[in-house]
Design a protein around this ligand. Structure first.
Ligand SMILES: Cc1cc2nc3c(=O)[nH]c(=O)nc-3n(C[C@H](O)[C@H](O)[C@H](O)COP(=O)(O)OP(=O)(O)OC[C@H]3O[C@@H](n4cnc5c(N)ncnc54)[C@H](O)[C@@H]3O)c2cc1C
Length: 337
């Protein structure tokens, strides 16, 4: 027996499923939580997404946009309608080498995008560990980043424009200086300005990576740019259908430095000093992980390097040489001791 909200949502013509198997599949993501939704929708176009989201809103059903579901905090699950952007929305319709930008559907997976960009000499900088699954829509919504955050920043730093679907079904394009959604921008601006002192204390500029909710301090620095609020909003403000993103030239050379420390505390202290060398990434690897990562053949080489003591820690600092026009690193080469 189909319920009235389900009938209303089905009438939009979008591919929608309310069967038990679909509800169970979409009841989980990579978090510890489990919430059974009423169903899942698979829009093929922004118009279909608009229709299905508006129908859900009219029927009083909440909407949860979803990419690959690799989110760790339960952001991709909910009791309403899951709108899955990863099934059909995987096109890369436009690459503009001159502007260093690419246009992607929200369901494009990060590895798919980099496989497309690499032969052309480019990459998308932020490198989540789940790159084989994570979608660009999910990365924007989570403002994701990876080990190379010192050189590439987070996903929000790479968003040029977004095609979004609002809760009332409006399809809007947002980018810096756009005139759309003026009322929404003013409302957010007023809210932020009312809390400006607390924000500047708790969110000082210069933090490379921070995760507490909306990018209020980014919006404060660029008040005409709603991208800054959409990035990191975890699907609570609008659904992202497609995005125009900045791309970066591939590094011309790469280098890796390994430094061994007797304790985690020493390694952490050295990390602060190593940042002066502008490394592309610094990763801390403890002894048990290092041992497990070494294959049997590699172990022979590793054991020549590292004294075989169980309580020894090592930290690797990788530095890379970037094209001189790449954002943070202007030097021809860099290295670490
Ligand atoms: C082992 C492991 C390692 C991880 N490592 C990292 C890491 O290195 N760095 C990192 O940042 N994260 C990491 N994550 C978390 C997660 O993989 C990333 O945040 C990833 O970018 C989420 O993408 P997704 O497509 O899976 O999004 P989902 O999990 O599907 O969704 C994430 C959030 O975005 C919203 N959303 C998804 N698509 C849209 C859309 N089209 N429009 C609007 N909102 C949308 C959802 O509602 C949800 O709130 C890791 C997770 C795991 C399990």
């Amino acid at each position: 027996m189909i319920s009235a909200p389900e009938r209303k949502i089905k009438q939009t013509g979008c591919d929608v499923r309310f069967d038990n198997l679909t509800r169970q599949l979409y009841a989980t993501d990579a978090s510890i939580y489990q919430i059974e939704p009423i169903g899942a929708a698979f829009p093929r176009s922004a118009q279909q997404a608009s229709g299905v989201i508006r129908a859900a809103a009219d029927a009083g059903v909440s909407v949860v946009p979803r990419g690959a579901g690799t989110s760790l905090s339960g952001g991709a699950i909910g009791e309403g309608l899951i709108v899955d952007f990863s099934r059909h929305n995987r096109q890369i319709p436009d690459l503009n080498i001159e502007n260093r930008s690419v246009h992607v559907g929200a369901g494009v997976v990060l590895d798919q995008l980099n496989d497309f960009l690499r032969p052309r000499g480019f990459c998308f900088g932020p490198d989540v560990a789940t790159s084989a699954r994570a979608t660009l829509g999910g990365m924007i919504a989570n403002n994701s980043s990876g080990a190379h955050v010192p050189i590439y920043g987070t996903t929000a730093d790479h968003v040029l424009s977004l095609e979004i679907v609002m809760a009332d079904g409006r399809i809007e394009k947002i980018c810096p200086g756009h005139e759309t959604l003026r009322a929404e921008r003013e409302k957010i601006d007023n809210l932020i300005r009312a809390h400006i002192r607390e924000m500047s204390e708790r969110m000082p500029p210069g933090l490379m990576k921070r995760w507490p909710g909306y990018g209020l301090e980014r919006f404060l620095r660029a008040p005409n740019n709603l991208n800054e609020i959409l990035a990191g909003s975890e699907g609570t403000l609008a659904a992202i259908f497609s995005a125009e993103l900045k791309i970066s030239p591939l590094p011309r050379e790469k280098g890796l430095g390994l430094i061994f420390f007797a304790s985690v505390a020493e390694a952490m202290q050295a990390t602060v000093e190593l940042l002066d060398l502008k490394p592309a990434a610094i990763e801390h690897i403890d002894r048990p992980l290092f041992d497990q990562t070494c294959s049997f053949e590699q172990r022979a080489i590793c054991s020549n390097w590292i004294p075989n003591r169980a309580n020894r820690f090592c930290s690797s600092s990788s530095t890379k040489v970037w094209p001189s026009d790449c954002r943070p690193c202007k030097r021809e080469s860099s290295g670490c001791a």
